[in-house]
Design a protein around this ligand. Structure first.
Ligand code: AKG
Ligand code: FE2
Length: 192
């Protein structure tokens, strides 16, 4: 497997484009797209509450606060059992939650943010699986001028660990290109 390190100051990021083979990634995409109860979450940005410009589904064993809202989790779907087990084995980590996002087309997006909720602990390990259309993932340094872009491909794994969330913001911007739907899964460990 081609695992590359994304060399950014103060970050610890790896990218593995072919973590899932294409056919397995397509099967998982179809199962999740049809099988998850996709919702339009309300988010608070700079004190204003808006509909998020994407669909989401919070899965896991514990409730979770995200962008100012407390989410009751949906139960783990069978389709994620193998992926969770393999991630835990390969990354020597325990994941009790997944945030699934569905970007229906190029208008759907996620603004710059950090995964820095206190419940994730000071140095969260976040494993992000991408399925479907390739979208550009942007990283921007919080205090500094660094910026970086990486195309997250069908079946890929991106891992953010260590001090990444302390020093970098990340986003999935909208795009004028015609793109199909994309599902992203971020596996997390929420501390009780
Ligand atoms: O869709 C992505 O690649 C990123 C998702 C993300 O950053 C998040 O769910 O917090
Ligand atoms: Fe994030």
């Amino acid at each position: 497997m081609a695992r590359e390190t994304v060399e950014l100051p103060g970050a610890s990021i790896i990218y593995e484009p072919d973590w899932l083979e294409s056919a397995a990634a397509s099967t998982l995409f179809k199962a999740l797209r049809a099988g998850l109860p996709w919702e339009r979450h309300r988010i608070t940005v700079y004190g204003r509450t808006l509909d998020a410009p994407r669909l989401s589904c919070w899965i896991g064993d514990v409730a979770y606060r995200y962008s100012g809202t407390l989410f009751e989790p949906h139960p783990w779907p069978a389709a994620l059992a193998d992926v969770r087990e393999r991630l835990e084995r390969e990354l020597h980590a325990g994941f009790n939650s997944v945030l699934a996002n569905l970007y229906r087309d190029g208008n759907d997006r996620l603004g710059f943010h950090r995964d820095s909720e206190p419940e994730l602990g000071p140095e969260p390990l976040i494993a992000s699986i991408s399925l479907g259309a390739t979208r550009r993932f942007r990283l921007r340094e919080r205090e500094g001028r660094g910026s970086y872009g990486i195309d997250l491909e069908h079946g890929s794994l991106l891992v953010m660990a260590g001090a990444t969330q302390r020093h970098w913001l990340h986003a999935v911007p909208q795009t004028a290109r015609v793109v199909g739907p994309r599902i992203n899964l971020t596996f997390r460990r929420v501390l009780g």
